[in-house]
Structures are given as structure tokens and as C-alpha cells.
Design a protein around this ligand. Structure first.
Ligand code: ZN
Length: 195
């Protein structure tokens, strides 16, 4: 389990690991994801109280988008929908898990630093320290209670996505130096003419 935490959250896949068709699918998926500078990424999402077919369709769509984007997690906020819904899938071929109104009800004392990326922050990779173990309470897409004891990468992904629902980005959770470096990279990527 310890090794898994070295993996990158939502990050860039190795170019050689995906073929041209998968790259194209990824580009299409990424076009739907709100990027740094979009104010929705800094807005706290609202609780969900209606569990209907529209919500379940949204979960399906988010799961597909996340898989196409080669991410391991996605928050509704990243698609510009400001309600408290996230999906994740830590292991390939395992089902996508949806969490509605998730709350961390317990954090272990052990913390670990690992590199994280974010679909909303292209090219950025920063070190983020997070608790290794968390217990998360929430609802599934049918409104049924869910309790998840998560460790390692799963715990990290849930915390990363839950941060999105609160308008928090990995830039807020890294060191000052890494934040400064990331901001510079983001500015350069957004205004190539100025480079
Ligand atoms: Zn993210």
C-alpha cells in the first residue's frame, strides 16, 4: 500500500503508455474540465438533497470523463457543477465509486507527503502532506449511507476531491516555494505570448 501513495493524483499519464486514440479521448475529456483561474474552482459546493435519475446520469458521465481523462478522481466542481459530489477509482478495472455530501469524520495521526497533480492544473505537480488514514461518511447516488475506511492512495484521492468541493486546491496545501513555482508555470501556460 505504501508504494501506491507515490502515484500521482489526477496527473499526467506517461505519453508512451497510451495510444493515439486514448490521447484523443483524453484531450476531449480534459476540454470539459475547468482550469485554474476559473472562479468555480474557488467556490464551496452546496449539499445535495435530491437523489434522482439526473444525479445518477451525472455520476455516470463523471465516471466516464474521469476514465477518459486518465484521472483517479473527479469532483463535480471541476465540471462547473457546484454541488457536493465526487467520483474516484483508485484501481483500474474496479468500479467507479460516487460519494455525495462526503465528510471526513476521522483522520489518523500518520501523515505522508506525496506528489499530486490535478486535472484543473495542467502540468503542475506539487508535494502535498495528508493523513494516511481517514474515515469518510457520505451517501451514494441513491441516497444510501456509505462509510469508507480509506488508506494510502484511496485516502489521498478522497481528500483531494473533497478539497475541490470546498474550493481548495493543491496549491494551498504545498510549500511556499512549490506554490510560487507552480503559479509561474500556470501563468506561462496561460499567456504564451508573454513568454
Ligand atoms: Zn484536482
Amino acid at each position: 500500500m505504501a508504494e501506491e501513495t507515490e502515484e500521482i493524483i489526477e496527473g499526467e499519464p506517461d505519453e508512451h503508455e497510451i495510444d493515439a486514440e486514448a490521447r484523443e479521448r483524453r484531450a476531449v475529456a480534459l476540454a470539459h474540465v475547468r482550469k485554474f483561474g476559473d472562479p468555480v474552482l474557488r467556490t464551496r459546493a452546496r449539499e445535495i438533497d435530491v437523489f434522482d435519475d439526473a444525479l445518477r446520469d451525472e455520476v455516470t458521465r463523471m465516471g466516464e470523463l474521469m476514465v477518459d481523462a486518465v484521472g483517479v478522481g473527479l469532483a463535480a466542481t471541476q465540471l462547473g457543477v457546484l454541488h457536493r459530489l465526487l467520483v474516484y477509482r483508485v484501481q483500474q478495472d474496479s468500479p467507479v465509486i460516487a460519494l455525495v455530501n462526503p465528510e471526513i469524520e476521522w483522520r489518523g495521526d500518520d501523515e505522508e507527503i506525496a506528489e499530486e497533480g490535478c486535472l484543473s492544473l495542467p502540468t503542475v505537480l506539487v508535494d502535498v502532506e495528508r493523513p494516511v488514514h481517514v474515515r469518510v461518511r457520505g451517501l451514494d447516488e441513491y441516497g444510501e449511507p456509505v462509510l469508507i475506511e480509506a488508506t494510502g492512495l484511496e485516502a489521498r484521492v478522497i481528500q483531494h476531491e473533497l478539497d475541490h468541493l470546498d474550493g481548495v486546491l493543491i496549491l494551498d496545501r504545498t510549500t511556499r516555494d512549490q506554490r510560487r513555482e507552480a503559479m509561474r508555470a500556470l501563468r506561462e501556460a496561460q499567456s504564451p505570448a508573454a513568454a
